[in-house]
Design a protein around this ligand. Structure first.
Ligand code: CP3
Length: 345
């Protein structure tokens, strides 16, 4: 971290230490909005990119060079560890992950396997090693949170209502907790592997947990999140905990003991940070739809976020991933605006 020319502003902000300027990166900063990425996708499927460390490293590096962001995120997908766990899936264009053998009954949980990432996902480790040599910014590793993964495993694919997931949760509660415990344990293990290989921070994506009430989060999810984060306590890297439509869950997310909480655009940064007692750093929260807005609107919305920041510990990001319709020049302008912003502290 002390190497000359290494930009550690992102890590400092995660630790609520002073940084030279507000650091910024974008969720899904490598993706279909880039012509170069679309070209790579003509030759390789998403999973093939992940299995070829040289291609995967190249795709990860693309936005770092193009946008001048302060962190790289490993190019991968939250579904990658499902294969070694005996859950067979494909990623279908414009749909997302589709599971061929979903969990529907209590006994289906028994066929889920523990796995050794250094064996089954060795290519991820190789990609991280390649990236470590190239990068002058920190690399973020990631996993899907147990609830979000369970929702794919049980629904069999993307869902709007999460009805199958909730039915399983309420009616097969014992099997639910068993499934969540396996996912929490295996994802902690996989995160540890990514950190051992060189990831400087990690993000846990709980993209779909906002579908739960406060009580259901407490009873069916919270114990597993706290277990997962406690398994990682000895690692000396920031842990980012991100959810979507999860403003109502913020007090409990704080108690999960991550270093950073990720916010979407439905909440204000200043109010949420106060609610979190300033005990964590925060990351967010520009609406990804703003990326298709006229230049003056983008500038205004970016400024509206920046002016809420009155202390160290903020990382600028979107409230969710970049959409394929986004404009690369707009992203670049946001990075410049954030970097040039005069800090109030
Ligand atoms: O640059 C980065 O942020 C790293 C890349 C990344 C991908 N998936 C690659 C990808 C990350 C961080 C993810 C995480 C992920 N995957 C999440 C959590 C974050 C979120 O967006 O909520 C979820 C829920 C998934 C599952 C998944 N995989 C979805 C919903 C989709 C999109 C379906 C579609 O086609 O729009 C995927 C496919 C996927 N994973 C793409 C990318 C770049 C897009 C499709 C492609 O390039 O083929």
């Amino acid at each position: 971290m002390t190497t000359k020319n290494f930009n550690d502003n992102f890590i400092r902000a995660c630790r609520r230490e002073k940084s030279d300027y507000i650091p910024i990166w974008f969720m899904r900063q490598a993706g279909r909005y880039q012509a170069e990425y679309r070209d790579v996708r003509k030759k390789y499927s998403l999973l093939e990119i992940c299995r070829h460390p040289d291609v995967c490293a190249e795709v990860t590096l693309l936005p770092v060079a193009q946008l001048n962001v302060d962190a790289a995120i490993l190019f991968s997908d939250i579904t990658l560890p499902l294969g070694p766990m005996g859950i067979n899936f494909d990623i279908v264009e414009n749909v997302g992950p589709v599971i061929h053998n979903p969990v529907r009954e209590a006994k289906d949980v028994d066929r889920i396997l523990a796995f050794d990432p250094s064996q089954s996902l060795e290519y991820v480790g190789t990609t991280i090693e390649l990236l470590k040599r190239e990068l002058k910014v920190p690399l973020i590793g990631f996993v899907g949170a147990p609830f979000t993964l369970a929702s794919y495993i049980i629904e069999g694919g993307p869902s709007k209502s999460y009805l199958k997931t909730k039915t399983f949760m309420y009616a097969q509660t014992e099997a639910w907790h068993k499934l969540m415990d396996i996912l929490a344990t295996e994802m902690a293990n996989y995160l540890r592997y990514q950190v051992n290989k060189g990831a400087a921070a990690i993000q846990v994506f709980d993209s779909w947990v906002g579908s739960l009430s406060i009580e259901d989060y407490r009873d069916y999810v919270f114990p597993h999140m706290t277990k997962m984060f406690s398994l990682l306590k000895d690692l000396d890297v920031p842990l980012i905990h991100f959810g979507v439509v999860s403003g109502h869950l913020l007090p409990m997310m704080k108690d999960c003991r991550a270093t950073v909480v990720g916010l979407d655009w439905r909440v204000r940064i200043d109010e949420s940070w106060k609610l979190l007692n300033y005990e964590v750093a925060v990351q967010g929260n520009l609406d990804p739809a703003v990326l298709v807005a006229p230049e003056n609107i983008v500038h205004k919305k970016t400024h509206q976020i920046l002016e809420q920041i009155d202390r160290p510990g903020f990382i600028f990001n979107l409230g969710h991933g970049i959409m394929p319709q986004a404009d690369g020049d707009t992203l670049k302008r946001i990075v410049d605006q954030v970097h040039e912003y005069q800090l109030k502290f």
